[in-house]
Structure formats: C-alpha cells, structure tokens
Design a protein around this ligand. Structure first.
Ligand code: ADP
Ligand code: MN
Length: 333
C-alpha cells in the first residue's frame, strides 16, 4: 500500500494522505481513542444510524510516521478492523489515524466541511487558543448558529467563473478532470445569518438537473434528521467536530439519471467500504464509481472529543444540527 497526498480537501491541516480506499492523517491520541471507543460501543441490534459510529468513517487503525512513508506499509487486513501495526514504538512518535477514504471512487468530488458548536475548545487547550477561538466563534455563525462552513470544494466543469458571493475568498483550481471552486476558511467566516443559505446553495452544482438536485438535497436532509436523533441519545462532548458532506458531480453519473432511478445510485447509508473486497479496484480510476453512493454525510474530526456517560446529550453540537436542518428546509423550498 502506497500513501500519496490526497488531492481533495475541504478544510483542516495540510498533509492528508490516501491509498485507494484508505485515508490517513496525523492526529492526537485523543482522536484515536475516540474512534476506538465509538467502534467498541457499536450495538448491532440498533437501527442503522442510531450508533454514533454509523456516522463516522470506518476506523482501521493507526500507523506511525515511518510506516506510512514506507511503500511496504500494510494497514489493511482483509477482515478489516483494528490493525495497530507498531504499538510499542508508537507512543514515541506522532501517529496517523487510518480511516475509510470517504472520496474513494468519486470522479469529481464536491466536499463541504461544517464545524458544529459555538464552543470550539475543550479544557486541554492553552488560554491563548481558548481566547482566539472564542473570538472566531463570536464573530461568525459559529456563535450565532452553532455551525460554520470551514471549507468547501465544488466541481465547476470547464468553467473559470466564480459565484459573486464573497468571490475574493474563492479560488479556481484546474485539474485533469475539470475545474474546481475552492472556498477558503474566510468564505465561511464571512457568511452571516442572512446569507448562509445562499452560501450553502453554492455546494450544489447547477449542472445537475433541478429535480435531481432536489433529490440530493432531500437525501442530505433525511440524513441530518437521523443524525439529529442519534445525537440526542449520545452522551458525548464533541468540540470542533465537523459534518462532512460529499457527492460525486461526475456528469456521466447525473446526465442520464432519472429521478425515479436516483435511489439506485444513492442511499441514506452505505454499508461497507467500496473497493475493500476487490483489490483490483484500488489502482484503477475510472468506470468503477457507479459502485459507490452518489453522496455521503459523515461526522469527522474528534481530536477534542470524549464520551461522557451520565452527562446527557451535547447541546452545543445539537443546536448546530437544528439550525442546519432549518437551512436545508429553506434550500428545499
Ligand atoms: P483537522 O484536524 O485538520 O481539521 P479533519 O479530520 O477535520 O482534520 O480533516 C481535514 C480534512 O480532511 C476534511 O475537511 C476533509 O476534507 C478531509 N478528510 C477528513 N477525513 C476524511 C476521510 N475519512 N476521507 C476523506 N477525506 C477526509
Ligand atoms: Mn477539521
């Protein structure tokens, strides 16, 4: 397995890696612990979506810096699930967390990272960071809506045209498979209660026919409702976690699609990981994407998260999901 820099990133620290269906990023022990804990609490008797882990990328284990750079690195065992390659020396080195690559199989991924909560730090951070992030929250929709667009990347076909909204925060990136609009962190920080709906509407490309666009937005809305129900029952405190929205804007997948057949290309939940059971897929980059769902909603970024049994639900995060549901209702009108 050979990791290379991931070409598609919505927000966050630089240096994310991928190897086919596998994603890796440097992280703190707290995030590794949270993933391991969420997975161990998975209760199969509950409906899909009722477990927090259902909303998280599949956790595969960890790698040390040395191992991730080695062409021989093998994280995956075919039966999946936890392979902690180098547990003994690991404590001394920075670790990569190894997850399901949420964009695997997508030809033209559109991605959106929305940070939830008004309070963005836990009690492990320095006073300087606490004050700095309190200021960011107070000046943005993090404070007012408990949610903030952290970054967005949207397929723009062959066009160089930018939308007029906050266009100084948008860059056009050219790739072999077309052009992308990259909305930087100041796009999301500049959005207000008044224009956040317009800002989020830019995530859904115009090249998708209106009734299919509506089906896509409806699927995200249904996922958000189920995610909300899950959070209400979860005793956690998640600071600076993000909702990660993605869909494949590949024109070949949308242009021929009829609304009645949309459900065959997309699902509320996708079980398993495309490509994991078929080694030959990992290296090829076309014709295979019809296997993976058109879109996904996942909860990511748990470096400041913990399970807090007996303490009730995470109001700070839930209010953000409530407000996001309202915005999606408006987008559907
Ligand atoms: P950070 O602490 O740097 O903010 P995140 O976990 O939020 O770390 O990840 C940063 C970015 O990496 C996200 O905005 C997203 O674009 C990408 N990313 C994170 N997890 C995955 C994944 N499992 N698959 C694909 N992309 C991912
Ligand atoms: Mn993040």
């Amino acid at each position: 397995m050979k990791f290379t820099p991931s070409p598609h990133q919505a927000a966050g620290h630089a240096g994310i890696l991928e190897a086919g269906p596998v994603f890796a990023k440097l992280t703190a022990q707290q995030e590794i612990d949270f993933y391991a804990e969420a997975r161990s609490r998975l209760d199969d008797s509950l409906d899909l979506g009722a477990n927090l882990y259902d909303w998280m990328p599949t956790f595969m284990g960890t790698l040390t810096q040395g191992a991730v750079n080695s062409p021989d690195a093998t994280v995956i065992n075919p039966d999946q699930i936890l392979v902690d390659q180098v547990a003994e020396q690991a404590a001394l080195e920075e670790k990569y967390i190894v997850l399901q690559n949420l964009l695997y199989g997508y030809k033209n991924p559109c991605i959106l990272d929305i940070k939830l909560g008004a309070v963005l730090v836990d009690d492990t951070v320095s006073e300087e960071k606490r004050l700095r992030l309190a200021k960011v929250s107070a000046e943005t929709t993090s404070g007012s809506l408990h949610l903030r667009v952290c970054g967005m990347k949207v397929y723009n076909g062959q066009s160089d045209e930018k939308p007029p909204l906050l266009d100084e925060t948008i860059a056009v990136e050219s790739t072999d498979s077309g052009k992308y609009l990259k909305f930087n962190k100041f796009f999301g920080r500049s959005l207000t209660i008044e224009n956040i709906q317009e800002g989020l509407s830019l995530f859904f490309v115009k090249s998708i026919a209106p009734e299919l666009r509506k089906a896509l937005i409806t699927t995200f809305y249904q996922r958000l409702q189920l995610f909300y129900n899950c959070l209400v029952d979860a005793e956690v405190r998640i600071k600076s976690g993000s909702l990660f929205f993605c869909y494949d804007a590949d024109p070949a997948r949308w242009d021929q699609l009829q609304v009645e057949l949309y459900g065959e290309q997309d699902r509320i939940f996708d079980e398993g990981i495309a490509g994991m059971d078929d080694e030959s897929d990992a290296g090829s980059d076309d014709e295979t994407n019809a296997d993976c769902p058109l879109s996904r909603l996942k909860f990511i970024d748990f470096a400041h998260s913990k399970f807090t049994d007996g303490q009730g639900c995470d109001e700070n995060v839930i209010v953000g999901v409530e407000n996001l549901l309202k915005i999606f209702e408006q987008l559907l009108q």
